[in-house]
Write a protein of this length. Sequence first.
Length: 133
Amino acid sequence: MPDPMPDSLDERLDTIARHPFRAKFHLRGRERATAELSGPSTMRWHAYDLIAKRLGPAEPYKDGKQTPYRGHPVFVAQHATATCCRTCLQRWHQIPKGRELSREERAYVVDVICRWIEREVAGSSIDRPDPGV
């Protein structure tokens, strides 16, 4: 499994973001507001919960179609980071299909998702003028 250190995560996210399909995903509108207002710890809790239910089982229900494109920042992040289904996890993160995700693998997936959301939220403060100015 890849090393979940921040530099390594950033390098992996940069590599994934070069793929045209993955590059089009960004937090916008309600998903961005939810991530900004909820904060990192709430996003991490939501990610753990969603990954455990939708990606963690050996044979996830509707695998390949279980992750909506919109509706929650974690869903958007899953598509952006190729953690949306077991096929993408295997292809992009070398986590094999056909068995339940280990605790370490679930933690890695959550780290990837949360780091992407963190980068998106941090980028928003650069893109927008400071309201106090």
